[in-house]
Ligand binder design. Structure first.
Ligand SMILES: [Cu+2]
Length: 161
């Protein structure tokens, strides 16, 4: 009687140990498969750039705003601790602006208040986000990925006139 209950206890232990070993293995294998076999990419993966060579790589060698067509702009912005370059972008009312972003150092965020622009800026990756500014005023750009001790001071603005 006593031996039998020990055996049942052993079965219960095995019944818990097997899944607790198997589940992490299944998770690890699925991460490896999705990373290498399925080719999972970061969102808005539009290209890569060497973060050490931004000064020599277009368009990041010349950050700023460019008019591509009437009312259509392209803004090249570099994020780094703890600033955006350029820090202030001015466009006319109704402009459609595509932001081409990358980071010089660590992961940053790029959120423009009052728009649906909300991107991650990853070193080595190019991020593109687009917004149309239909309301005049100042739109705050904030870094919303914690990037270090001065993170709360990392912001910029879009001025729409
Ligand atoms: Cu930040």
């Amino acid at each position: 009687m006593r031996d039998n209950s020990k055996f049942v206890g052993y079965l219960f232990e095995v019944a818990w140990i097997l899944p607790s070993v198997a589940i992490p293995i299944v998770l690890f294998v699925s991460v490896v498969i999705t990373a290498f076999a399925v080719g999972i990419r970061v969102p808005t993966d539009v290209g890569r750039v060497d973060p050490q060579a931004l000064a020599q790589t277009a368009p990041f060698d010349n950050p700023g705003i460019r008019e591509m067509a009437p009312g259509v702009y392209e803004a090249t912005v570099i994020a780094q601790v703890f600033m955006f370059t350029p820090n202030s972008i001015e466009v006319p009312l109704g402009s459609k602006v595509t932001f081409t972003l990358t980071s010089r150092d660590v992961v940053h965020g790029f959120k423009i208040e009052g728009t649906d622009v909300n991107g991650m800026v990853v070193p080595g990756q190019i991020t593109k986000v687009t917004a149309t500014f239909r309301r005049p005023g100042e739109y705050l750009i904030v870094c919303h990925e914690y990037c270090g001790g001065g993170h709360q001071a990392m912001f910029g603005k879009v001025i729409v006139k």
